[in-house]
Design a protein around this ligand. Structure first.
Ligand SMILES: [Zn+2]
Length: 123
């Protein structure tokens, strides 16, 4: 059984964002309706660079409805970095990493502790 459901369209938009920001990272906050992640907003206060994005969790809106985060790894590594693992718990339960070259298979979902999360893609 999947841990969370993610709308296919959302993943496609995130992949496009990864592509258009390459070689910089982008960071988005994910929203959930019921048990489906189907919306995102670009995070405020995000500084992106070619090596790593500098996240500023204190600038994040702490509000209900934020299910987690999504960000890109232009180096194509689809696992959380040490910085990611410090950042994840402040931003929700589910975290998507999108890796170059940003095809529909180039993403993984993780829990806040960095363990793999089974995500089901729905139309
Ligand atoms: Zn990362």
């Amino acid at each position: 059984m999947a841990d969370i459901k993610i709308k296919k369209e959302l993943l496609q938009i995130l992949a496009e964002l990864g592509k258009s920001n390459h070689p910089c990272e982008f960071l988005a906050l994910l929203r959930k309706n019921g048990d489906i992640i189907d919306e995102f907003e670009l995070a405020p206060g995000t500084i992106t660079g070619s090596t790593s994005a500098s996240f500023q969790p204190h600038m994040m809106p702490i509000e209900t409805g934020i299910a987690g985060s999504a960000h890109s790894h232009p180096n194509g590594m689809m696992r959380p970095s040490d910085a990611d693992l410090r950042f994840f718990p402040a931003t929700g339960k589910y975290h998507i990493i999108i890796g170059a070259p940003y095809t529909e298979d180039d993403w993984r979902c993780f829990f806040a502790d960095g363990s793999p999360c089974q995500a089901e893609v729905i139309d």
